[in-house]
Structures are given as C-alpha cells and as structure tokens.
Design a protein around this ligand. Structure first.
Ligand SMILES: O=C(O)c1ccccc1NCC(=O)[C@H](O)[C@H](O)COP(=O)(O)O
Length: 219
C-alpha cells in the first residue's frame, strides 16, 4: 500500500477557490500574509477564508520575515493553523513567532537555481530547524516564493529522517515525477502548489486543482 502524499494548495484568495480545493481533496490550504505578493490576504481575510475549511483540512498561514506579535495575532484567529516561514527567519525567530512552540510550523528552504551551485545542505538545514513539522523545498525566486519555478530535484541529497514538502513550479504534468524522485529520499513527502493550478495569480483554476490532486493520488 503506497504512502499517502498530502497536498497543500497555496495562495488562495477567494471563497469559491477554497471550496473547490476542499472539494477536490486538498489536505491543506495556504494563505499568503505577505503584502508584496499578488496573492496577499490580510489576517482578517485569511481567518474568514479559513473558517470555510472542514476540520480535516489544515489552514496554513504563510509569512515572510513578519514580526512575532503579528504572526501570533494572525494565528490566534485561525484555530488549528500551521504557520509557514518563507523568508530569512532563523530558528530563534521561528521559536518566538510560534509562541515558544505553541504553533506548529513549516520552514521553507529556498533552493538556488543557478547552475553550478553546490548541492543544498538539506540535512544541515533540517537539523537547524529540527522543531519544524516539515521542511518545504521551494525554488529560490525573486519575491521569496510563488514563482512557478522548479529547482533541480536530482541535486537533492537523501534526508531519511526528514518530513519534506516538495514545492516550486509543480503542475499536474510534473508532480508525479517529483513524487517518484523525492519520495525515496525522505521519511514522508507532501506536495505544495500555487502557480501550477492558477488561471492568474491568486485566481485558481478549479479544473487544474482537480487534475493536480488526481495526479498525486495516482503517483
Ligand atoms: O505564493 C506567493 O505569492 C508567495 C509569496 C512570497 C513567499 C511565498 C509565497 N508562496 C509560498 C508557497 O508556499 C508557494 O506555494 C510556493 O512558493 C510554490 O509556489 P509555485 O512555484 O507558484 O507553485
């Protein structure tokens, strides 16, 4: 029996898109609380959208270098939220912004795209952020994330004790390859997508969400 790969659909801004992602079988829904992002929602909007989620779908609040009090205030309004740190946050920043571990968090690792850069020290990164629920692997793109770019999956070293989330440029067409490439390297693997299921930034294509999740379920 295959290991079930959890799916996070990220960057939702509209109620209909949240409902469609839940209907399609998403396990987690990400809300971007980073004002420069074209997918940005306010904490109040995130709380309103998250209230549409059934208990078995996890809301994920995504921050970039946000002060701890703002993270904690936003999370207080979203019961059961995971927080995702996608900037330059240190382990100490994550500890403070999760209320000394009260909140579970994902830590994004932004993998350089430049050819010739040395392999990413995934084991070292995971050790640094050993309190993280999982390490989300994304391409290092301008604007911190949501870039629709894949990094070179073949360069990733094994991280047998790590819970990983593959992210960055996933689509219904490439997610199966991503899963088969990374699943043997880690303890558990989930996937995360934003651009690859969009009609435009922040506007999700419901058919592509269904295709993406169907591809994951078949992998
Ligand atoms: O989605 C954004 O606009 C964004 C902006 C700034 C930091 C992070 C952001 N998204 C984080 C995510 O978890 C995305 O799903 C991830 O970067 C993958 O995005 P994509 O390559 O578009 O699938």
């Amino acid at each position: 029996m295959g290991t079930r790969t959890a799916v996070k659909i990220c960057g939702l801004t509209r109620p209909d898109d949240v409902d469609a992602a839940v209907e399609a079988g998403a396990d987690a829904i990400g809300f971007v609380l980073y004002p420069p992002s074209p997918r940005h929602v306010t904490p109040e909007q995130a709380a309103e959208l998250a209230a549409r989620l059934p208990a078995f779908v996890t809301p994920v609040l995504l921050f970039v270098n946000t002060p701890a009090p703002e993270v904690l205030a936003a999370a207080a309004a979203v019961p059961g939220a995971l927080v995702q740190f996608h900037g330059d946050e240190t382990p100490a920043d994550c500890w403070a912004a999760t209320g000394q571990g009260r909140l579970a968090f994902l830590r994004a690792a932004r993998i350089p795209l430049d050819p010739g850069t040395p392999p990413f020290d995934l084991v070292g990164f995971a050790r640094r952020f050993d309190r993280a629920r999982a390490i989300l692997l994304d391409a290092h793109v301008p604007g911190y994330g949501g870039g629709g770019r894949t990094f070179d999956w073949s360069l990733l070293p094994a991280a047998p004790d790590s819970h990983l989330v593959l992210s960055g440029g996933l689509t219904p067409g490439n997610v199966t390859e991503g899963i088969t490439t990374l699943r043997p390297l880690c303890r558990t693997l989930s996937v995360d997508v934003s651009s690859g299921v969009e009609a435009s930034k922040g506007v999700k294509d419901h058919g592509r969400i269904r295709e993406f999740i169907a591809a994951v379920r078949e992998a």
